[in-house]
Write a protein that binds this ligand. Structure first.
Ligand code: UGA
Length: 443
């Protein structure tokens, strides 16, 4: 089948590649000429395992093409995906200008029937707005062309995006049109072979499902982070508790890892946006507000442990940081806990020596060259000349360190672990002080 995808950000690009790889003919359109020129030469704007190989492979067999030419994209297919960004506005609500912009482009260029499918995370009611906008532009053009607007939210995770896209647990399709449903079922048939994962529902429920999923996951994390505060004060080991409750299949082991706060481009934005949407319909979503507040507080947690250990005067100290990205297997630092920590350390006059397997260029792009930030090429180099070590992201490479080397190199012999990677007794036996999250030592 032929498909057009507007927007080659994370969601659009991964979706396009997954569709092309299972045999569809995909045309990607983006207004960013530099990004499109790069993709045409196999240069991928994001770090995502396996993505580059699949882009190259599918471009070679001409199942995947990239263009800035919207007319080409609109002509290419009946199915038109919108996968552009919905950044948060000043008040936390999702800014729909890019989504409506693409819808307007489709409306002004289309000459036959279109199925417009929203992939971006958009507030409930967006499909109605898109429909009204397209209808309005068609009327102004004096054209009466048939079209549908669907919601088909994406549930991929950065770092395992291709896998998530190609082996989805569910495919949500929001539409009231049987014809559009048939087309979408045909499109997703290659991903839907072992069991029927397609759930068809009304458009507004589909839009809401995406927010509800992200907000529940964020709630699990903030709940565990709250438990970790109680655990510290009650001399309880949160890791034992995590194992204990995770074994209950109603709770499950996933997304109950306490840590130094959730980040990324989705959870923080989506929790705020749904809370904001609640206000618009006259409801104060108290749980969502608390989830956001706990997360804000959790991002201060590593700094609190540092000042608990050292007192307020940390000027002149050097902290080795392992991990800058908001989670492993990505170079993405949006809303990353590392940023909150580094900015607090700099304010207090401390220095940072940071290592991350993928996000070092991103850190330089964000902060530039500054005297109190050194980006180094390995985790071992980060601890040279450092007073203490802080673990911010749980990259695999950090899981089994040489504790005797750390004991020798770290001047103050202390580790602040924001991801509970180590057993406190193992670290303490090596002669280092250890602060985990909810693991005994508290202030
Ligand atoms: C999230 C969702 O997991 C996806 O299902 C969704 O499609 C995506 O948002 C989106 O809306 O596009 P992502 O932002 O890539 O995916 O990252 P996650 O793997 O969900 O992690 C988010 C944050 O939660 C990270 O900072 C991670 O460190 C933190 N986290 C996760 C915890 O602190 N504890 C946990 O137990 C799990």
């Amino acid at each position: 089948m032929k498909v057009t995808v507007f927007g080659v950000g994370y969601v659009g690009l991964v979706q396009a590649v997954a569709l092309a790889d299972c045999g569809h003919d995909v045309c990607c359109v983006d207004v960013d000429a530099a990004k499109i020129a790069g993709l045409q030469q196999g240069i991928i704007p994001i770090f995502e395992p396996g993505l580059q190989e699949l882009v190259l492979k599918n471009c070679e067999v001409a199942r995947l093409r990239f263009s800035t030419d919207a007319a080409l994209g609109v002509d290419h297919a009946t199915i038109q995906f919108i996968a552009v960004g919905t950044p948060p506005g000043e008040d936390g609500s999702a800014d729909l200008q890019y989504v409506l912009g693409v819808a307007g482009t489709i409306a002004s260029l289309m000459s036959d029937e279109k199925i417009i499918v929203n992939k971006s995370t958009v507030p409930v009611g967006t499909a109605d707005k898109v429909r009204a906008h397209v209808q309005d532009l068609l009327t102004r053009r004096g054209q009466e062309l048939p079209f549908q607007v669907l919601s088909n939210p994406e549930f991929l995770k950065e770092g395992s995006a291709l896998e998530d896209c190609m082996r989805p647990e569910r495919i949500i399709i929001g539409t009231e049109s049987p014809q559009a449903e048939t087309l979408m079922r045909e499109l997703y048939e290659p991903f839907n072979r072992n069991r029927d994962k397609i759930m068809v529902m009304d458009v507004r429920s589909a839009e809401f499902t995406k927010y509800a999923a992200n907000c529940l996951l964020a709630t699990k994390i903030s709940f565990m982070n709250e438990m970790s505060h109680l655990a510290e004060r009650m001399e309880v080991d949160i890791e034992e508790v995590r194992r204990g409750i995770g074994s209950d299949s109603r709770i499950g082991y996933q997304f109950i890892y306490p840590g130094c706060g959730y980040g990324g481009s989705c959870f923080p934005k989506d929790v705020r946006a749904l809370e904001r949407s609640g206000r618009e319909v006259g409801y104060h979503a108290q749980i969502l507000q608390a989830v956001e507040q706990v997360n804000f507080q959790q991002k201060q947690k590593l700094y609190q442990h540092i000042t608990c250990h050292y007192g307020d005067d940390i000027a002149g100290k050097t902290f080795a940081l392992w991990g800058l990205s908001f989670k492993p297997n990505t170079d993405d630092m949006r809303e990353a806990s590392s940023r909150v920590l580094m900015e607090r350390l700099w304010q207090a006059g401390a220095r940072v020596r940071a290592y991350d397997p993928e996000a070092m260029d991103e850190a330089l792009r964000l902060y530039g060259m500054r005297a109190d930030l050194e980006i180094v090429a390995s985790k071992d180099e980060a601890v040279v000349g450092a007073d203490a070590l802080v673990i911010v992201t749980e990259w695999k490479d950090f899981r089994v360190p040489d504790f005797s080397m750390l004991q020798e190199k770290l001047r103050d012999r202390v580790i602040f672990d924001g991801r509970n990677l180590y057993e406190p007794s193992r670290v303490e036996d090596a002669g280092l002080a250890y602060y985990g999250i909810g693991r005994g030592r508290s202030c």
